[in-house]
Design a protein around this ligand. Structure first.
Ligand code: SF4
Ligand code: SF4
Length: 320
């Protein structure tokens, strides 16, 4: 395949934060991908409502051609959760563009129904699109859900690729672009089937926990836990879920390797997990289980820490 389009639909229920996050990517950057600076991938044309030159009907027409199978190969990226329109009564929850004949809004669900069967691959950008996210929390009136719940977890694209979920609230910029780059290498016939875990996340990005890559891991091990914000020590007692959450932000940082929630003092609230947000609330409480582990670490870690201090003191001297 020499050319491919990316149709990026932001018309789910969302804050559009995944699109904004993507503009911060550097590994690779969106500019490098669309300007052809990355070798061995097809020529990419990106259609995203925030970044495209086309506007209004001209922009919607591109998606219309995709729905009619007249666009050539494309990757469909969906941002935002998908509402259950059967609960909308007389109105509707989410739409994009209008029908030229009826002048009625075209529902986001209708776009997905029409585009997904023609897509070479389908990507859920961000947790809303992957698993429902914030909008799908208990008590929401829209009945919204993620793409795998909408299309089916066993759904396959034209190229027999499962839905690829890149969760995060918002998605970590480089995780999103690296996943797209992997798919583009697949489209060029240069990469095997993308490896996904049981939640359809790229395995290499989501197999480790936040804790395993956190800058504060040493404090956890030494049993040094903060009781208030502003401390450099481990923030598990303030509500950090890092030990059980699969996310590489601790290791990768946020932009250009800098930042990443617990690294910069923010508790991990589990935003890459299918159970987010309901299973992680109330956010500011110490997660269940962490009390036991932190108590164990406190005893063991403090003893080790004392011994290490002794060793460190000796290592800081040329001779004992
Ligand atoms: S701040 Fe969170 S992720 Fe980091 S070491 Fe503590 S519990 Fe683990
Ligand atoms: S560290 Fe936690 S809160 Fe931060 S992006 Fe990862 S899963 Fe979300």
């Amino acid at each position: 395949m020499n050319e491919i389009s990316i149709l990026w639909l932001t018309a789910g229920l969302s804050c559009d934060g995944d699109t904004i996050a993507m503009t911060a990517a550097t590994q690779p950057s969106i500019e490098d991908v669309v300007r052809g600076a990355i070798p061995w991938i097809p020529k990419v044309t990106l259609h995203n409502p925030f970044l495209s030159i086309e506007n209004g009907d001209e922009f919607v027409d591109i998606f219309r051609r995709g729905a009619e199978g007249k666009l050539g190969p494309f990757i469909l990226v969906v941002e935002g959760s998908i509402p259950d329109e059967s609960l909308a009564g007389e109105g509707y929850w989410a739409s994009f563009g209008t029908d030229p004949d009826t002048k009625e809004p075209i529902k986001t669900c209708t776009w997905i129904d029409r585009l997904a069967p023609n897509a070479w691959a389908v990507v859920a950008a961000g947790t809303c699109s992957a698993y429902g996210g914030i909008h799908a929390m208990q008590g929401n009136p829209t009945g919204c859900m993620g793409l795998p719940d909408y299309l089916g977890w066993e759904w396959r694209s034209q190229a027999q690729i499962p839905i690829v979920c890149v969760p995060g609230c918002p998605v970590q910029p480089d995780n999103m672009m690296e996943t797209l780059l992997y798919l583009l290498h697949m489209a060029a016939g240069r990469a095997p089937m993308i490896p996904l875990d049981e939640s359809l996340r790229p395995r290499w990005l989501f197999e480790s926990t936040v804790h395993e890559g956190c800058d504060r891991g040493g404090y956890y091990e030494q049993g040094e836990f903060a009781d208030a914000y502003g401390s450099k020590t481990c923030i598990v007692k303030l509500g950090c879920w890092g030990p059980v959450v699969q996310c590489n932000v601790g290791k990768r940082g946020w932009m250009g390797g800098i930042g990443g929630c617990p690294n910069v003092g923010g508790i991990c609230i589990g935003c890459t997990m299918p159970g987010f947000p309901d299973k992680f609330q109330p956010f500011m409480n110490q997660p269940p289980g962490s009390l036991l582990s932190s108590t164990a670490v406190m005893t063991y870690g403090k003893a080790i820490h004392a011994l290490r201090r002794f060793t460190q003191a000796s290592l800081n001297k040329r001779r004992t």
